[in-house]
Ligand binder design. Structure first.
Ligand SMILES: Nc1ncnc2c1ncn2[C@@H]1O[C@H](COP(=O)(O)OP(=O)(O)OP(=O)(O)O)[C@@H](O)[C@H]1O
Length: 299
C-alpha cells in the first residue's frame, strides 16, 4: 500500500455524498469506490449529476454532505496540491488559445500543474500528435487534433486518476479506437479511469464497470455481467432459415438452450426445416440503461 492509496486499496472513495445548489440536489447520497487499474463508465441523461460528481472528486466544489477521498486525501483541502498533481482531467469542452502552438499550450499547462515539461515530447507521441503539428497554432487544428492535445494535457505528470468527460464526442471511429487504446494502456499501467459518456454502445468493452446516474442518484453500479443479471432482461435469439428468413424469439438468459430447442422442434414439426445460423443477442448497455432508469422512475 502506498501513501496515495486509501486503507481499502481504493484510489477514490465517495461516501454518502450530496451536493445541493439551493434546494436542488445535483448529487444525492452517492457512494462510489474505484480501485487502481479500474476503468469505470459513468452514464446518465443530461443533468443526471455526472459533471457535478466529477467536480466534487476534483476538489473544485465541496460536498454539502458526505466525504470524498482521492488518493488518500480530501481533494478540496488547501493541502491537496500533491493530490491534484496526480489527477488528470479532460473536460467535456476544452477551449485552447487559438494563437498558441500545441507545444506552447502543453508547456503552459505543465507549468500550471507544476510538472516538468521535459516529458511533453513523449506525451505528444503517445497521443499521436506529429512533431510538425505540435509546431502549428491550435487555431489550425482539426477537432481530432484538439482532442489529442486535450488528452495530452490530461496526461501531464502521469496521473494515477484520470477523469474523462465525453472524451470522444466529435471524433471519427478510427480516432475513437486509438483514444480507447490509450485508455486501455493507462488502465493496464494502474491508472484509475472514470469515463463519462452518452455514447453507451461505444462504452461496451471499454469499461470494467458501469455506473448509472439519474437525477443525482447512483441507480446502478456493476460490471456489464452483473448489471445484466440484475436487470434480468430477456435475450433475443435469431434463427436463420435456409431461405434467408429470420425467426426471432425472446427468452430469459437461463432458458436459452431450451428456447432454441422449442423453436427448432416447432419447425421440425412443421416439416423438418434446418436452421443455418443461430445468433444470441444479449441486452445492450442501452437496454440496461433504459431498464434502470425506468425502475428508478417507478420507485
Ligand atoms: N453551479 C450550479 N448551480 C446550480 N445548479 C447546478 C450547478 N451545477 C449543476 N447544477 C444542476 O445540477 C444538476 C446536475 O448537473 P450536471 O451538470 O452535474 O449533470 P450532467 O449529468 O453532467 O449533465 P450533462 O450530461 O448535460 O453534462 C442539473 O440539474 C444542473 O442544472
Amino acid at each position: 500500500m502506498t501513501d496515495t492509496v486509501t486503507s481499502h486499496g481504493a484510489t477514490i472513495v465517495v461516501e454518502g455524498v450530496s451536493k445541493q445548489y439551493g434546494d436542488a440536489f445535483a448529487v444525492r447520497a452517492v457512494d462510489l469506490t474505484m480501485a487502481p487499474g479500474e476503468c469505470v463508465a459513468m452514464v446518465g441523461h443530461n443533468g443526471a449529476g455526472k459533471s457535478s460528481l466529477i467536480k466534487l472528486m476534483l476538489g473544485l466544489t465541496t460536498p454539502t454532505e458526505g466525504r470524498i477521498r482521492v488518493l488518500g486525501g480530501d481533494p478540496a483541502s488547501a493541502a491537496a496540491s500533491h493530490i491534484r498533481r496526480q489527477v488528470g482531467f479532460l473536460p467535456e469542452s476544452v477551449a485552447f488559445h487559438p494563437s498558441m502552438t500545441g507545444r506552447e499550450t502543453l508547456d503552459f499547462y505543465a507549468k500550471l500543474k507544476g510538472v516538468p515539461r521535459t516529458g511533453n515530447d513523449a506525451l505528444f507521441e503517445r497521443v499521436g500528435l506529429e512533431p510538425a503539428a505540435v509546431k502549428r497554432r491550435v487555431g489550425t487544428y482539426s477537432k481530432g487534433m484538439r482532442q489529442r492535445l486535450a488528452l495530452a494535457q490530461a496526461l501531464l505528470g502521469g496521473p494515477k486518476v484520470l477523469f474523462l468527460d465525453e472524451p470522444t464526442t466529435g471524433l471519427d471511429p478510427a480516432l475513437r479506437q486509438s483514444f480507447y487504446e490509450i485508455v486501455r494502456d493507462l488502465r493496464d499501467a494502474g491508472t484509475t479511469v472514470l469515463l463519462c459518456s452518452h455514447a453507451l454502445t461505444e462504452l461496451e468493452g471499454q469499461a470494467d464497470r458501469v455506473v448509472v446516474m439519474s437525477r443525482g442518484r447512483k441507480v446502478a453500479d456493476g460490471s456489464l455481467a452483473t448489471l445484466r443479471s440484475l436487470a434480468q432482461l430477456p435475450i433475443r435469439i435469431r434463427l436463420t432459415m435456409p431461405d434467408g428468413s429470420v425467426i426471432e424469439t425472446t427468452c430469459a438468459n437461463d432458458d436459452k438452450v431450451a428456447a432454441v430447442r422449442r423453436a427448432t422442434c416447432a419447425m421440425d414439426c412443421k416439416g423438418g426445416v434446418d436452421v443455418t445460423d443461430i445468433e444470441i443477442v444479449q441486452p445492450s448497455l442501452d437496454d440496461m440503461y433504459a431498464h434502470f432508469l425506468r425502475r428508478e422512475a417507478a420507485e
